[in-house]
Design a protein around this ligand. Structure first.
Ligand code: FES
Length: 112
C-alpha cells in the first residue's frame, strides 16, 4: 500500500488563552480519516493534543466535529489527503481546549 503524508495545521489553545498553530506531518494510507490522524498524533507525537470522540467512525456520537479548512466536518468521516489541511475548533462554540468545544446544551451539562 502507498503511504502518503498529510500536513495537519492544528489550532491549539486552552480556553481564555491566545491560540497558536502547530504543524504535524501525518503518514496515512488511503481511507484513513482525519480522526485516525489525530489519534496517531496523540499516540506518537503529542499526547497533550485535546480531541474528543466516542464512536470512532460510526458518525453516531457527533463529538468529533471540528472545522477543516473553514468547513464544519466530522473528523471520523473526513478522509486524510496529501498536503496541507487546516484544523480548528468549532468557531461558534465555547472552547475547552485545542479541538474540543462545549457542544452539550447548557441544561444537559453536569458542571458549568
Ligand atoms: S467519532 Fe462519533 S461521530 Fe465522529
Amino acid at each position: 500500500m502507498t503511504q502518503k503524508t498529510a500536513r495537519l495545521h492544528i489550532q491549539r489553545a486552552i480556553a481564555g488563552a491566545a491560540a497558536h498553530t502547530e504543524v504535524f506531518e501525518v503518514p496515512f494510507e488511503p481511507g484513513n480519516s482525519v480522526l485516525d490522524g489525530l489519534r496517531w498524533i496523540r499516540a506518537t507525537q503529542d499526547p497533550s493534543l485535546a480531541i474528543r470522540f466516542s464512536c470512532i467512525n460510526a458518525n453516531a456520537c457527533k463529538e468529533c466535529m471540528l472545522e477543516l479548512d473553514g468547513k464544519v466536518v466530522y473528523a471520523c468521516t473526513q478522509r486524510l489527503r496529501a498536503g496541507d489541511m487546516h484544523l480548528a475548533p468549532l468557531a461558534n462554540k465555547a472552547l475547552v481546549q485545542d479541538l474540543v468545544t462545549e457542544i452539550a446544551p447548557r441544561d444537559e451539562r453536569l458542571l458549568d
